[in-house]
Design a protein. Sequence first.
Lengths: 259, 156
Amino acid sequence: MDFIENLGSGTRAGFNKLGRGTHFLIQIFSGVISVLLRPRLLLKQMYSVGVMSFLIITISGLFVGMVLGLQGYYTLSDFGAEETLGVMVAASLVRELGPVVSALLFAGRAGSALTAEIGLMKATEQLSGMEMMAIDPVKRIVTPRFLAGLISMPLLAGLFSAVGIMGGQIVGCGLLGVDEGAYWAQMQSNIDFYDDIINGVIKSIVFGFVTSWIALFEGYDSIPTSEGVSRATTRTVVNSAFTILGLDFILTALMFGDH
Amino acid sequence: MQHTRNQDTLVGLFVASGIAGLFFLAMHVSNLSSFTDEDSYTITAKFENSGGLKVKSPVSAAGVKIGKVTAITFDPKTYKSVVQLSINSKYNTLPDDTTASVFTAGLLGEQYVNLEPGGSDTYLKKGGEIEITQSAIILEKAIGQFLFKSAAEEKK
Protein backbone atom coordinates (compact mmCIF):
# COMPACT_ATOMS: atom_id res chain seq x y z
CA MET A 1 0.00 0.00 0.00
CA ASP A 2 2.87 2.33 0.81
CA PHE A 3 4.28 1.70 -2.61
CA ILE A 4 1.08 2.77 -4.37
CA GLU A 5 0.89 5.86 -2.18
CA ASN A 6 4.49 6.82 -2.96
CA LEU A 7 3.92 6.26 -6.65
CA GLY A 8 0.89 8.52 -6.56
CA SER A 9 2.58 11.33 -4.67
CA GLY A 10 5.67 10.99 -6.84
CA THR A 11 3.62 11.32 -10.03
CA ARG A 12 1.76 14.30 -8.64
CA ALA A 13 4.99 16.00 -7.59
CA GLY A 14 6.48 15.28 -11.02
CA PHE A 15 3.58 16.85 -12.87
CA ASN A 16 3.55 19.75 -10.45
CA LYS A 17 7.21 20.43 -11.16
CA LEU A 18 6.73 20.10 -14.89
CA GLY A 19 3.90 22.63 -14.72
CA ARG A 20 5.95 25.08 -12.66
CA GLY A 21 8.86 24.60 -15.05
CA THR A 22 6.72 25.37 -18.08
CA HIS A 23 5.20 28.40 -16.39
CA PHE A 24 8.73 29.55 -15.58
CA LEU A 25 9.74 29.09 -19.22
CA ILE A 26 6.83 31.25 -20.37
CA GLN A 27 7.93 33.91 -17.89
CA ILE A 28 11.46 33.72 -19.30
CA PHE A 29 10.15 34.21 -22.84
CA SER A 30 8.04 37.18 -21.82
CA GLY A 31 11.26 38.93 -20.82
CA VAL A 32 13.10 38.37 -24.08
CA ILE A 33 12.18 41.69 -25.67
CA SER A 34 13.15 43.77 -22.66
CA VAL A 35 16.53 41.99 -22.54
CA LEU A 36 17.16 42.57 -26.23
CA LEU A 37 16.52 46.26 -25.60
CA ARG A 38 19.28 46.22 -22.97
CA PRO A 39 22.02 44.11 -24.60
CA ARG A 40 24.51 44.96 -21.84
CA LEU A 41 22.76 42.51 -19.49
CA LEU A 42 23.10 39.79 -22.10
CA LEU A 43 26.73 40.65 -22.80
CA LYS A 44 27.66 40.30 -19.16
CA GLN A 45 26.08 36.84 -19.00
CA MET A 46 27.68 35.80 -22.29
CA TYR A 47 30.96 36.50 -20.52
CA SER A 48 30.25 34.31 -17.49
CA VAL A 49 28.49 31.54 -19.43
CA GLY A 50 30.33 31.47 -22.74
CA VAL A 51 33.79 32.91 -22.32
CA MET A 52 34.39 31.10 -19.04
CA SER A 53 33.50 27.76 -20.69
CA PHE A 54 35.76 28.46 -23.67
CA LEU A 55 38.91 26.89 -22.25
CA ILE A 56 37.38 23.66 -20.95
CA ILE A 57 35.52 23.16 -24.24
CA THR A 58 38.52 23.70 -26.51
CA ILE A 59 40.90 21.60 -24.43
CA SER A 60 38.41 18.74 -24.11
CA GLY A 61 37.66 18.98 -27.82
CA LEU A 62 41.33 18.72 -28.66
CA PHE A 63 41.81 15.63 -26.52
CA VAL A 64 38.61 13.94 -27.70
CA GLY A 65 39.71 14.50 -31.30
CA MET A 66 43.18 13.14 -30.56
CA VAL A 67 41.76 10.01 -28.91
CA LEU A 68 39.42 9.49 -31.85
CA GLY A 69 42.41 9.81 -34.15
CA LEU A 70 44.33 7.15 -32.24
CA GLN A 71 41.49 4.68 -31.75
CA GLY A 72 40.17 5.17 -35.26
CA TYR A 73 43.60 4.59 -36.71
CA TYR A 74 44.13 1.32 -34.82
CA THR A 75 40.76 -0.06 -35.90
CA LEU A 76 40.77 1.24 -39.47
CA SER A 77 44.34 0.11 -40.18
CA ASP A 78 43.19 -3.49 -39.56
CA PHE A 79 41.09 -3.10 -42.70
CA GLY A 80 43.68 -1.07 -44.58
CA ALA A 81 41.29 1.87 -44.57
CA GLU A 82 43.37 4.50 -42.75
CA GLU A 83 42.45 7.07 -45.40
CA THR A 84 38.91 7.19 -44.07
CA LEU A 85 40.15 8.34 -40.65
CA GLY A 86 39.10 11.90 -41.47
CA VAL A 87 35.53 10.81 -42.18
CA MET A 88 35.34 8.81 -38.98
CA VAL A 89 36.69 11.60 -36.79
CA ALA A 90 34.61 14.32 -38.43
CA ALA A 91 31.37 12.34 -38.58
CA SER A 92 31.51 11.25 -34.95
CA LEU A 93 32.41 14.76 -33.78
CA VAL A 94 29.96 16.73 -35.90
CA ARG A 95 27.01 14.39 -35.45
CA GLU A 96 27.36 13.18 -31.89
CA LEU A 97 30.33 14.01 -29.72
CA GLY A 98 30.49 17.72 -30.51
CA PRO A 99 26.95 18.59 -29.43
CA VAL A 100 26.66 15.97 -26.67
CA VAL A 101 30.01 16.22 -24.89
CA SER A 102 30.10 20.00 -25.07
CA ALA A 103 26.55 20.09 -23.66
CA LEU A 104 27.56 17.79 -20.80
CA LEU A 105 30.61 19.94 -20.06
CA PHE A 106 28.47 23.05 -20.36
CA ALA A 107 25.99 21.64 -17.83
CA GLY A 108 28.84 20.91 -15.43
CA ARG A 109 30.71 24.15 -15.94
CA ALA A 110 28.02 26.78 -16.56
CA GLY A 111 24.76 25.09 -15.56
CA SER A 112 25.82 24.30 -12.00
CA ALA A 113 27.14 27.85 -11.57
CA LEU A 114 23.84 29.29 -12.76
CA THR A 115 21.86 27.15 -10.32
CA ALA A 116 24.11 28.02 -7.40
CA GLU A 117 24.02 31.72 -8.26
CA ILE A 118 20.24 31.95 -8.54
CA GLY A 119 19.74 29.66 -5.54
CA LEU A 120 21.96 31.87 -3.40
CA MET A 121 20.19 34.98 -4.63
CA LYS A 122 16.97 33.38 -3.48
CA ALA A 123 18.46 32.28 -0.14
CA THR A 124 19.81 35.76 0.59
CA GLU A 125 16.45 37.23 -0.45
CA GLN A 126 17.88 39.30 -3.26
CA LEU A 127 15.10 38.11 -5.56
CA SER A 128 12.44 39.16 -3.04
CA GLY A 129 14.24 42.47 -2.67
CA MET A 130 13.95 43.07 -6.39
CA GLU A 131 10.28 42.27 -6.31
CA MET A 132 9.90 44.84 -3.52
CA MET A 133 11.43 47.40 -5.88
CA ALA A 134 8.92 46.35 -8.57
CA ILE A 135 11.63 44.76 -10.73
CA ASP A 136 10.67 41.41 -12.17
CA PRO A 137 13.56 39.13 -11.13
CA VAL A 138 12.82 36.66 -13.93
CA LYS A 139 13.10 39.35 -16.59
CA ARG A 140 16.10 41.01 -15.02
CA ILE A 141 18.12 38.03 -13.74
CA VAL A 142 16.93 34.87 -15.44
CA THR A 143 16.17 35.78 -19.06
CA PRO A 144 19.63 37.23 -19.85
CA ARG A 145 21.24 34.05 -18.51
CA PHE A 146 18.88 31.87 -20.50
CA LEU A 147 19.58 33.71 -23.76
CA ALA A 148 23.31 33.65 -23.08
CA GLY A 149 23.20 29.86 -22.68
CA LEU A 150 21.10 29.47 -25.81
CA ILE A 151 23.51 31.54 -27.91
CA SER A 152 26.72 30.16 -26.42
CA MET A 153 25.91 26.47 -26.78
CA PRO A 154 26.02 26.15 -30.61
CA LEU A 155 29.15 28.30 -30.72
CA LEU A 156 30.84 26.10 -28.13
CA ALA A 157 29.76 22.90 -29.89
CA GLY A 158 31.09 24.21 -33.20
CA LEU A 159 34.39 25.07 -31.55
CA PHE A 160 34.54 21.66 -29.92
CA SER A 161 34.08 19.87 -33.26
CA ALA A 162 36.48 22.14 -35.14
CA VAL A 163 39.23 21.77 -32.54
CA GLY A 164 38.57 18.01 -32.34
CA ILE A 165 38.96 17.56 -36.09
CA MET A 166 42.26 19.43 -35.92
CA GLY A 167 43.32 17.24 -32.98
CA GLY A 168 42.49 14.14 -35.03
CA GLN A 169 44.58 15.55 -37.84
CA ILE A 170 47.53 16.22 -35.54
CA VAL A 171 47.52 12.62 -34.29
CA GLY A 172 46.49 10.92 -37.54
CA CYS A 173 48.64 12.81 -40.00
CA GLY A 174 51.39 14.09 -37.71
CA LEU A 175 52.12 11.05 -35.57
CA LEU A 176 50.67 8.04 -37.38
CA GLY A 177 51.36 8.98 -40.97
CA VAL A 178 47.91 9.14 -42.57
CA ASP A 179 48.09 11.15 -45.77
CA GLU A 180 46.92 14.69 -45.05
CA GLY A 181 45.29 15.14 -48.44
CA ALA A 182 43.29 11.93 -48.02
CA TYR A 183 42.27 12.97 -44.49
CA TRP A 184 40.62 16.18 -45.72
CA ALA A 185 39.47 15.00 -49.15
CA GLN A 186 37.64 11.94 -47.82
CA MET A 187 36.09 14.09 -45.11
CA GLN A 188 34.84 16.68 -47.56
CA SER A 189 33.34 14.15 -49.91
CA ASN A 190 31.52 12.25 -47.17
CA ILE A 191 30.32 14.88 -44.70
CA ASP A 192 27.19 16.59 -45.92
CA PHE A 193 26.54 20.20 -45.00
CA TYR A 194 22.80 19.88 -44.39
CA ASP A 195 22.60 16.31 -43.14
CA ASP A 196 25.54 16.44 -40.78
CA ILE A 197 26.59 19.97 -39.88
CA ILE A 198 23.20 21.69 -39.75
CA ASN A 199 21.70 18.76 -37.81
CA GLY A 200 24.59 18.95 -35.35
CA VAL A 201 23.98 22.65 -34.85
CA ILE A 202 20.24 22.04 -34.34
CA LYS A 203 21.12 19.44 -31.71
CA SER A 204 23.37 21.84 -29.85
CA ILE A 205 20.70 24.57 -29.88
CA VAL A 206 18.20 22.11 -28.37
CA PHE A 207 20.74 21.07 -25.73
CA GLY A 208 21.56 24.71 -24.93
CA PHE A 209 17.87 25.44 -24.49
CA VAL A 210 17.23 22.45 -22.24
CA THR A 211 20.37 22.80 -20.14
CA SER A 212 19.85 26.50 -19.46
CA TRP A 213 16.20 25.93 -18.66
CA ILE A 214 16.92 23.12 -16.20
CA ALA A 215 19.77 25.01 -14.52
CA LEU A 216 17.79 28.22 -14.08
CA PHE A 217 14.62 26.48 -12.98
CA GLU A 218 16.41 24.34 -10.40
CA GLY A 219 18.03 27.46 -8.98
CA TYR A 220 14.80 29.44 -8.95
CA ASP A 221 12.85 26.52 -7.49
CA SER A 222 15.44 25.52 -4.88
CA ILE A 223 14.79 25.45 -1.15
CA PRO A 224 16.49 28.64 0.06
CA THR A 225 18.93 27.03 2.50
CA SER A 226 22.54 26.04 1.98
CA GLU A 227 21.51 22.38 1.82
CA GLY A 228 18.70 23.14 -0.61
CA VAL A 229 21.02 25.04 -2.95
CA SER A 230 23.59 22.27 -2.90
CA ARG A 231 20.90 19.70 -3.72
CA ALA A 232 19.58 21.88 -6.52
CA THR A 233 23.07 22.13 -8.02
CA THR A 234 23.44 18.36 -7.97
CA ARG A 235 20.01 17.93 -9.56
CA THR A 236 20.97 20.36 -12.32
CA VAL A 237 23.97 18.30 -13.36
CA VAL A 238 22.21 14.93 -13.07
CA ASN A 239 18.99 15.98 -14.79
CA SER A 240 20.82 17.85 -17.53
CA ALA A 241 22.94 14.79 -18.29
CA PHE A 242 19.89 12.51 -18.44
CA THR A 243 17.94 14.93 -20.60
CA ILE A 244 20.82 15.58 -22.99
CA LEU A 245 21.51 11.89 -23.56
CA GLY A 246 17.84 10.97 -23.86
CA LEU A 247 17.07 13.82 -26.24
CA ASP A 248 20.17 12.95 -28.24
CA PHE A 249 18.78 9.49 -28.89
CA ILE A 250 15.44 10.89 -30.03
CA LEU A 251 17.01 13.59 -32.20
CA THR A 252 19.42 11.13 -33.80
CA ALA A 253 16.57 8.74 -34.60
CA LEU A 254 14.60 11.60 -36.17
CA MET A 255 17.48 13.18 -38.09
CA PHE A 256 19.56 10.28 -39.29
CA GLY A 257 16.83 7.65 -39.38
CA ASP A 258 16.09 7.65 -43.09
CA HIS A 259 19.50 6.51 -44.28
CA MET B 1 34.70 50.94 -16.97
CA GLN B 2 37.97 49.30 -17.94
CA HIS B 3 36.64 46.04 -16.56
CA THR B 4 33.51 45.98 -18.74
CA ARG B 5 35.58 47.02 -21.75
CA ASN B 6 37.74 43.93 -21.24
CA GLN B 7 34.64 41.78 -20.88
CA ASP B 8 33.24 43.17 -24.11
CA THR B 9 36.44 42.32 -25.94
CA LEU B 10 36.48 38.78 -24.57
CA VAL B 11 32.82 38.20 -25.44
CA GLY B 12 33.52 39.53 -28.91
CA LEU B 13 36.50 37.21 -29.29
CA PHE B 14 34.43 34.28 -28.05
CA VAL B 15 31.59 34.90 -30.49
CA ALA B 16 34.05 35.46 -33.34
CA SER B 17 35.93 32.23 -32.62
CA GLY B 18 32.67 30.29 -32.30
CA ILE B 19 31.48 31.56 -35.66
CA ALA B 20 34.92 30.86 -37.12
CA GLY B 21 34.63 27.27 -35.84
CA LEU B 22 31.22 26.81 -37.46
CA PHE B 23 32.49 28.43 -40.65
CA PHE B 24 35.47 26.08 -40.66
CA LEU B 25 33.11 23.11 -40.31
CA ALA B 26 30.94 24.36 -43.16
CA MET B 27 33.67 25.21 -45.63
CA HIS B 28 36.54 22.92 -44.78
CA VAL B 29 34.90 19.80 -43.39
CA SER B 30 31.67 19.43 -45.36
CA ASN B 31 31.02 19.29 -49.05
CA LEU B 32 29.57 22.81 -49.12
CA SER B 33 32.58 24.26 -50.93
CA SER B 34 32.24 21.75 -53.75
CA PHE B 35 28.50 22.29 -53.74
CA THR B 36 28.60 25.62 -55.53
CA ASP B 37 26.22 24.66 -58.28
CA GLU B 38 28.28 26.17 -61.02
CA ASP B 39 26.98 25.91 -64.54
CA SER B 40 26.53 22.31 -65.38
CA TYR B 41 24.76 20.30 -68.01
CA THR B 42 23.00 16.97 -67.68
CA ILE B 43 23.54 13.91 -69.79
CA THR B 44 22.11 10.43 -69.32
CA ALA B 45 23.62 7.00 -69.52
CA LYS B 46 21.72 3.70 -69.52
CA PHE B 47 23.40 0.85 -67.70
CA GLU B 48 22.47 -2.83 -67.66
CA ASN B 49 23.20 -2.67 -63.97
CA SER B 50 24.32 0.38 -62.04
CA GLY B 51 25.32 -1.65 -58.97
CA GLY B 52 25.83 0.33 -55.78
CA LEU B 53 25.88 3.70 -57.52
CA LYS B 54 24.14 6.42 -55.49
CA VAL B 55 22.91 9.94 -56.05
CA LYS B 56 25.85 12.35 -55.46
CA SER B 57 28.38 9.68 -56.48
CA PRO B 58 31.25 11.32 -58.36
CA VAL B 59 31.67 11.28 -62.12
CA SER B 60 35.27 11.34 -63.19
CA ALA B 61 37.33 11.30 -66.33
CA ALA B 62 40.98 10.27 -66.27
CA GLY B 63 40.78 10.24 -62.47
CA VAL B 64 39.60 13.86 -62.15
CA LYS B 65 36.17 14.62 -60.73
CA ILE B 66 34.14 16.49 -63.37
CA GLY B 67 30.59 16.06 -62.13
CA LYS B 68 28.17 14.04 -60.06
CA VAL B 69 25.24 11.66 -60.36
CA THR B 70 21.94 13.52 -59.88
CA ALA B 71 19.33 10.79 -60.36
CA ILE B 72 19.05 7.05 -60.86
CA THR B 73 15.80 5.57 -62.18
CA PHE B 74 14.68 2.25 -63.58
CA ASP B 75 13.35 2.23 -67.13
CA PRO B 76 10.46 -0.30 -67.21
CA LYS B 77 10.61 -0.65 -71.01
CA THR B 78 14.25 -1.48 -71.58
CA TYR B 79 14.81 -2.86 -68.05
CA LYS B 80 17.85 -0.66 -67.72
CA SER B 81 19.02 1.73 -65.07
CA VAL B 82 18.91 5.34 -66.28
CA VAL B 83 21.59 7.43 -64.61
CA GLN B 84 21.61 11.22 -64.94
CA LEU B 85 25.05 12.78 -64.83
CA SER B 86 25.53 16.44 -64.13
CA ILE B 87 28.81 17.55 -65.72
CA ASN B 88 30.55 20.84 -65.06
CA SER B 89 30.16 23.19 -68.06
CA LYS B 90 33.92 23.69 -68.16
CA TYR B 91 34.17 20.20 -69.59
CA ASN B 92 31.85 20.54 -72.56
CA THR B 93 34.08 18.82 -75.08
CA LEU B 94 33.26 15.18 -74.34
CA PRO B 95 32.96 13.28 -77.63
CA ASP B 96 29.59 11.59 -78.27
CA ASP B 97 31.19 8.16 -78.37
CA THR B 98 32.38 8.46 -74.77
CA THR B 99 32.21 5.22 -72.78
CA ALA B 100 30.65 5.32 -69.31
CA SER B 101 31.48 2.59 -66.81
CA VAL B 102 30.73 2.03 -63.15
CA PHE B 103 33.93 1.47 -61.22
CA THR B 104 34.73 0.97 -57.56
CA ALA B 105 37.33 3.10 -55.83
CA GLY B 106 39.49 0.64 -53.92
CA LEU B 107 38.29 -2.72 -52.66
CA LEU B 108 35.67 -1.40 -50.25
CA GLY B 109 35.40 2.10 -51.65
CA GLU B 110 32.41 3.87 -53.10
CA GLN B 111 31.31 3.39 -56.68
CA TYR B 112 31.71 6.10 -59.29
CA VAL B 113 31.05 6.67 -62.97
CA ASN B 114 34.16 6.75 -65.12
CA LEU B 115 33.97 8.45 -68.51
CA GLU B 116 36.43 7.43 -71.17
CA PRO B 117 36.41 9.81 -74.15
CA GLY B 118 36.30 8.28 -77.63
CA GLY B 119 37.60 9.73 -80.85
CA SER B 120 34.49 11.31 -82.39
CA ASP B 121 34.53 14.94 -83.59
CA THR B 122 31.02 15.77 -82.38
CA TYR B 123 30.52 16.59 -78.73
CA LEU B 124 27.88 15.51 -76.26
CA LYS B 125 25.32 18.26 -75.73
CA LYS B 126 22.93 19.06 -72.93
CA GLY B 127 20.43 16.20 -72.58
CA GLY B 128 22.59 13.92 -74.70
CA GLU B 129 22.89 10.22 -74.06
CA ILE B 130 25.97 8.10 -73.70
CA GLU B 131 25.46 5.07 -75.94
CA ILE B 132 28.32 2.85 -74.85
CA THR B 133 28.14 1.78 -71.24
CA GLN B 134 29.73 -0.86 -69.09
CA SER B 135 27.87 -2.18 -66.06
CA ALA B 136 29.10 -2.42 -62.54
CA ILE B 137 30.92 -5.61 -61.71
CA ILE B 138 28.81 -7.58 -59.27
CA LEU B 139 31.14 -9.49 -57.01
CA GLU B 140 28.73 -12.41 -56.49
CA LYS B 141 28.36 -12.85 -60.25
CA ALA B 142 32.11 -12.79 -60.78
CA ILE B 143 32.69 -15.35 -58.03
CA GLY B 144 29.89 -17.55 -59.43
CA GLN B 145 31.42 -17.48 -62.89
CA PHE B 146 34.85 -18.26 -61.51
CA LEU B 147 33.57 -21.26 -59.52
CA PHE B 148 31.59 -22.53 -62.49
CA LYS B 149 34.61 -22.21 -64.73
CA SER B 150 36.99 -24.02 -62.38
CA ALA B 151 34.42 -26.82 -61.85
CA ALA B 152 34.11 -27.24 -65.62
CA GLU B 153 37.89 -27.43 -65.95
CA GLU B 154 38.11 -30.10 -63.26
CA LYS B 155 35.65 -32.29 -65.16
CA LYS B 156 37.95 -32.37 -68.15
